[in-house]
Design a binder for this molecule. Structure first.
Ligand code: AGP
Length: 610
């Protein structure tokens, strides 16, 4: 997720572009750049780092021009650097492009354009677009862009500028948001509304596969066949802060709503048309995969909980012993490290001090490191041997949600790849698992509906004043119970603990009394009866049981005081779905208690100190 801005009018375009980008930094902030037509040629200026570095350089050496495009980046392909920052221009400097999204077939296109004499200055997928437009350019920029789109696969919102067409910008939308701001004698392109609110409240919302010619005195929109499209003007009545949250009250609830897309963005580039998992971006050899004797997962907080899911799943499907450790414990327990170990290090930020220290210890002892992170160019990604990115986009809220579910998804993809290579997952089971995995984004969407949210809001309203809450679950449900309990703790400040349901009778059941709120995750069909008996155990002691179960477990309704149902999927994939109601419950309890949900007390998004 990056931020795009375009401007054509009478104003100094860099002022408008930098101002707009400053309102889009929540979409990405690892590098930024602009391309401006100065009445002779295109001036491109791009800088690694926060927007202010670019802004300072434009102050020191201003760029003139009243037409330009700008970008603030959230790296996916190519670590943050001046070269990899956008805009990307052709060698002739005639055409420049800014892009938000992922071009899935960029390697193929890069090879093809290479045979046509094009050379590449960056490691990005985006640069391919600039050269492809140039390849199809025969005097009309709009036509060249339409032709290039026919070759592009993936998601892309684009703004394109050419020195040969100083009177228009081309805007393109496919699976990544893009809007057009309508001004008086000026017009705007932007990834999101905050960027242009200071100039206009009249916008066109581009639909997928639409291309627009943006001139200062007008905007023409076409579909992918070049047929003109009439579009209603959308009048924006939000303030900037609300707009940055896309109209949501907090980044956390916005990021929960983004989970289906984050899952899709993380999954689709890694499943081929033949329904094969393709982890070419991991660059781990089959020989290495076959020689793994033990997997050790190390992480902190929510990332650790994602790792716990993998312990259950990997041991079941790969029959490889999996150890999991909290990083702050790992680094001081003098662990035994074998060279044939594969360490999986999970970190949204890629900068968590304890996790980095644990990684460095294992690496020093000769173990290979596979990192799963959400931040391209982060320390963990630079020091690991293999890196797999969750393409969840920036996660602003301290409470991790979409990074967690996409981390689990990455772990499932690794499980499938290793299972295929090691032969522990047979062909038919592999096909069934891949087929079901592809359904998960849509099933997540089925949970995040207005009705469901109303139901959970009502439940949160009823329970948000409790002093203590206990989460229960068995097997994968226990791992989800730990995460649900952490979410509630960290943003609602309610004391909450999670227990392995089978452990109740060994002590924790002593905590249960009349109306004690017990949230039970009951999605594992092979352990369903066992979990039912645990529910009966706490009910018998007066507990108020709220269950999260699959739509097929209807009898849960009669057994419990409240139930939230999620779509059915394979037991092994249930955590990606069953955790979402716990995220929503925690969010609405926090809202009910008037807490600053995105910035809860005593917590930081990335814990870079020990
Ligand atoms: C989760 O909501 C918390 N923000 C926290 O537990 C977090 O998961 C932990 O600090 C690890 O962060 P990382 O994934 O960036 O390493």
């Amino acid at each position: 997720m990056c931020g795009i801005v375009g401007y054509i009018g009478e104003k100094k375009s860099t002022d408008v572009l930098v101002d707009g980008l400053s309102k889009l930094e929540y979409r990405g902030y690892d590098s930024a750049g602009v391309a401006v037509y100065n009445n002779e040629c295109l001036d491109v200026r791009k800088k690694k780092g926060r927007l202010k570095i670019l802004a300072n350089s434009l102050e020191e050496q201003p760029l003139d021009g009243t037409i330009g495009i700008g970008h603030t980046r959230w790296a996916t392909h190519g670590a943050p650097s001046d070269e990899n920052a956008h805009p990307h221009a052709t060698a002739s400097g005639e055409i420049a492009v800014v892009h938000n999204g992922i071009i899935e077939n960029y390697m193929k296109l890069k090879d093809y354009l290479g045979t046509k004499g094009y050379t590449f200055a960056s490691q990005t997928d985006t640069e391919v677009i600039a050269h492809l437009v140039d390849y199809y350019y025969e005097g009309d920029l709009y036509n060249a862009v339409q032709e290039a789109m026919k070759r592009l696969e993936g998601s892309y919102a684009l703004a394109v500028i050419s020195k040969n067409h100083p009177d228009e910008l081309i805007a393109v939308r496919k699976d990544s948001p893009l809007i057009l701001g309508i001004g008086e004698g000026e017009n705007f392109i932007a990834s999101d509304i905050p960027a242009i609110l200071a100039y206009t409240r009249n916008v066109y919302l581009l639909e997928d596969d639409e291309v627009a010619r943006v001139r200062k005195d007008g905007i023409d929109i076409y579909d992918k066949y070049g047929i003109p499209v009439m579009r209603e003007i959308f009048k924006v009545d939000w303030d900037v802060e609300a707009a940055e949250k896309g109209g949501y009250k907090h980044f956390m609830i916005k990021e929960i709503h983004e989970e289906p897309k984050a899952l899709r963005d993380t999954l689709s580039p890694r499943i081929t048309e033949e329904n094969e998992v393709n982890l070419k971006d991991l660059e781990i050899s089959n020989r290495r995969i076959k020689n793994i004797d033990r997997i050790v997962i190390v992480a902190c907080g929510t990332a650790y909980h994602a790792g716990l899911i993998a312990k259950y799943a990997f041991e079941e499907k790969l029959r490889i012993p999996v150890e999991i450790d909290i990083a702050s414990e790992y680094r001081y327990r003098n662990p035994i490290v074998n060279e044939s170990d594969l360490y999986i290090i999970i970190s949204q930020s890629g900068e968590t001090a304890d996790t980095l220290a644990a990684m460095r210890m294992a690496k020093k002892e000769g173990a290979k490191i596979l990192a799963i992170t959400n931040v391209v160019g982060s320390t963990v990604s630079r020091e690991a041997d293999y890196v797999m990115y969750t393409w969840a986009g920036p996660e602003i809220a301290v409470a991790s949600t979409k990074a967690y579910t996409t981390q689990i998804l990455c772990l499932y993809l690794i499980m499938l790849e290793f299972g295929k290579v090691r032969g522990s997952i047979k062909e038919d089971e592999y096909a069934a698992l891949v087929k079901e995995l592809k359904q998960l984004p849509a099933k997540a969407e089925e949970i995040i509906t207005e009705d469901n949210i109303k139901h959970i809001m009502k439940s949160a309203h009823k329970h948000c004043t409790v002093a203590d809450t206990y989460f229960l679950g068995r097997n994968l449900d226990y791992a989800v119970a730990l995460e649900g309990s952490l979410k509630l703790k960290e943003i609602s400040y309610i004391h909450s603990e999670a227990f392995a349901a089978g452990e109740l009778k060994h002590g924790p059941i002593a905590l249960i009394e009349d109306n004690t709120l017990v949230i039970t995750i009951a999605t594992q069909s092979k352990l369903f009866e066992k979990t039912v008996s645990n529910i009966k155990e706490v009910k018998a002691r007066g507990a108020f049981v709220l269950a999260i179960a699959t739509e097929h477990a209807n009898m849960i309704k009669d057994l419990t005081d409240e139930a939230i149902f999620v779509p059915q999927t394979l037991d092994i994939f249930m955590p990606i779905l069953s955790v979402i109601p716990t995220q929503l419950f925690a969010y609405y309890c926090s809202v009910e208690r008037g807490i600053d949900v995105d910035k809860p007390r005593n917590l930081a998004k990335s814990v870079t100190v020990e």
